[in-house]
Design a protein around this ligand. Structure first.
Ligand SMILES: *Cc1c(COP(=O)(O)O)cnc(C)c1O
Length: 369
């Protein structure tokens, strides 16, 4: 893990009140008895799993993470609500899950056999059965195997607490594949002789744009951080507030003559006398080399990133001289200008999820609420 650089002005500012606001917005638009589970895997999409989970704990029914270590991190921080591990767990997770009261996912009979070899008695363990209704990643593809898994769990003293699936295309305009997956999930449920109590299928996109299919729990990730899971494809149906901004300061400002090269590879040459500012953040912070040519915001103005992005620094062209310590916004607002996480994703040809996950441990997270 990279050491957080505390004595450097580059910081991710996390607005916990915005995350709480976003969950309240969803709660107001989803059926009241639908359980709301917050997905806080990958350090809460880079926002800080412990701080985020503690803040929103009163507003949600449980938490989803991707592996046992993420679950235990929350338990150590005092989170007492239900936690579900969404991925396939290492067998070493079984005793840890029992001790930490963490629910695990069963996605195949082959895995369950290995688990039963490792721990004959699964008493005290809770499981959710994962159905692959068309995503093609993990899960049972037919009802007989899922039923068999439920029976084996019960025979070993475990509780089949839930059953769930995951949609591949809920964030798209075309509903055809979504409808096929939903139909397949309902068909599998109808073929089971006992359905576990918690049935869930909805991620953010499904909760937003297919809210008729929320069943009895939803798993809310991207949207609680104020990010649109479709990027720019679908409009959000109601208001959400972005929770993360990325800020820094100018640490060096210089005037260069026409024809001066800037950065590795001399990929930028000034056309006239120009002001060049340096910002202490680079690809080791998750601001990748592809960000060359994008903008940052200074004093309410867009300033282009000129020259290569280095490991620890970027250079920008300034409209005028600015003193050291002048605030720089890489993601967020400055005056009337805004750069969103999705804007950065568009520049990189990726999705907003990846942009926030890429912000490395070196960037301290600072919380406000
Ligand atoms: C990550 C994940 C989610 C959350 O997805 P969002 O699009 O961020 O809401 C829900 N369910 C599963 C199985 C996931 O892996």
């Amino acid at each position: 893990m990279m050491k957080a650089s505390l004595h450097r002005p580059s910081k991710a500012v996390i607005d916990l009140a915005a995350i709480a606001f976003n969950i309240r917005q969803l709660s107001a638009h989803l059926p009241q008895k639908t359980e709301k589970w917050a997905v806080v895997k990958a350090n809460a999409y880079g926002h800080g799993a412990i701080e985020v989970s503690k803040h929103i704990d009163p507003l949600v029914d449980g938490f989803c993470v991707s592996n046992i270590d993420e679950a235990l991190e929350l338990r150590s921080a005092g989170i007492g609500k239900k936690i579900l591990v969404l991925g396939v767990s290492d067998l070493a997770a079984l005793p840890l899950a029992r001790k930490g009261k963490v629910s695990l996912t069963v996605a195949s009979l082959e895995w369950l056999d290995l688990a039963l070899t490792a721990e004959e008695d699964l008493t005290g363990l809770n499981f959710h059965i994962k159905i692959d209704s068309g995503m093609g990643r993990i899960g049972f593809r037919d009802s007989q195997e899922a039923q068999e898994a439920i029976h084996r769990l019960q025979a070993a003293g475990a509780v089949a607490e839930g059953i769930f699936t995951h949609f591949a295309t809920a964030d798209e305009v075309d509903h055809y594949k979504f409808e096929a997956q939903l139909a397949r999930f309902h068909q599998i449920l109808s073929e089971l002789d006992s359905v576990p109590p918690l049935v869930h299928a909805s991620n953010s996109a499904t909760s937003l744009w297919h809210s008729e299919t929320v069943l009895n729990a939803v798993r809310l990730g991207d949207i609680i951080y104020g990010l649109n899971p479709s990027g720019t494809v679908l409009e959000l149906p109601y208001e959400f507030k972005p929770a993360l901004s990325l800020v820094s300061e100018l640490v060096h400002v210089k005037e260069v003559e026409a024809g001066a090269d800037v950065g590795y590879g001399a990929t930028y040459t000034s056309k006239s006398q120009e002001w060049i500012g340096t910002i202490p953040l680079g690809y080791a912070d998750g601001w990748t080399r592809d960000m060359q040519g994008f903008d940052v915001l200074i004093d309410g103005q867009r300033c282009p990133i000129v020259g290569r992005v280095s490991m620890d620094q970027i250079t920008v062209r300034l409209p005028q001289a600015y003193p050291l310590g002048t605030p720089v916004v890489l993601i967020g607002n400055s005056g009337a200008e805004t750069i969103t996480v999705t804007d950065v994703a568009e520049k990189l040809g990726t999705i907003n999820y990846e942009v926030v996950c890429l912000i490395s441990d070196r960037v301290p997270r600072v919380y406000k609420d």
